[in-house]
Design a protein around this ligand. Structure first.
Ligand SMILES: Nc1ncnc2c1ncn2[C@@H]1O[C@H](COP(=O)(O)OP(=O)(O)OP(=O)(O)O)[C@@H](O)[C@H]1O
Ligand SMILES: [Mg+2]
Length: 233
């Protein structure tokens, strides 16, 4: 079986320093992977390589078997890789429904998940509410909705629960499990209660290399992982 996305031997060098080296990774359709690791480990850089915003200095990325490293960003997005950034990107004076509509039209592609998105993100009752009036958590869910409005097959999330209450964080884990029925997701996260709730295939990035990969329970119990990361939290 071909992986949905496969990264082979990725290296990224900034100045004289390796931010990533020898990174290999693959993810199948409709599966969930969670990346954890200390500050500066290279997590965001890795997501940047997958979306094309960071050109790797070594290695290649294949999406559905086709090389995508070096393609213009819009081509990578159109191929089906979506990303939610940490910076808010909703239009605050527009309604929830209009924000989703704009996101869907933005790329001019077919509305693959039309109708469903607002329900999936749990905002059906807030269709006409201005995005700027939503509480923080719901604004983040709207952004996830905007990222998936065109029906991508891979969604990348960089610290999706930053600034959320514990309740919002748990609701976000449930949202991600609902989304997983439709698309593959890679989530980078620091909040261990969230990673535990996701209970996913977990990768530990340390000093630019994948240090461990396994089910969360196994990762959490690993003394070496505690040494480099979890023990400090
Ligand atoms: N554009 C850049 N130019 C130079 N160095 C960079 C650049 N982007 C990241 N770095 C460096 O690369 C390393 C990895 O950074 P990255 O942002 O990927 O870490 P991270 O794991 O996402 O950290 P955090 O948990 O703090 O978000 C760090 O040492 C960082 O300073
Ligand atoms: Mg980061």
């Amino acid at each position: 079986m071909t992986a949905l996305l496969e990264a082979k031997d990725i290296g990224v060098r900034f100045g004289g320093l390796d931010a990533l080296s020898g990174i290999s990774f693959s993810i199948a359709e409709r599966s969930l992977a969670c990346i954890i690791g200390p500050n500066g480990a290279g997590k965001s850089t890795f997501l940047n390589v997958l979306t094309g915003t960071q050109k790797p200095t070594a290695g290649s990325v294949l999406f559905r078997g086709n090389p995508i490293s070096g393609l213009p960003l819009h081509r990578i997005a159109r191929a089906g890789i979506a990303r939610k950034f940490q910076i808010p990107s909703v239009f605050p004076s527009m309604s929830v429904a209009d924000n989703l509509d704009i996101a869907r039209r933005g790329t001019g592609s077919a509305p693959a998940l039309e109708g469903d998105v607002i329900e999936l993100i749990g905002l059906s009752a807030k269709r006409e509410v201005k995005a700027g009036e939503l509480p923080h958590g719901e604004k983040q869910w709207l952004e996830i909705g905007m990222a998936i409005a065109t029906g991508p097959s891979l969604l990348l999330l960089d610290e999706p629960t930053a600034g959320m209450t514990p309740q919002e964080t748990q609701a976000t884990a449930r949202l991600i499990h609902r989304l997983q029925a439709r698309l593959a997701i890679i989530a980078v996260e620091h909040d261990i209660s969230f990673v535990r709730a996701l209970d996913a295939d977990t990768l530990v990035l340390h000093q630019g290399r994948f240090f461990r990969r396994g089910p969360f329970a196994e990762i959490e119990a690993d003394p070496a992982v505690r040494d480099v990361y979890l023990g400090r939290r």
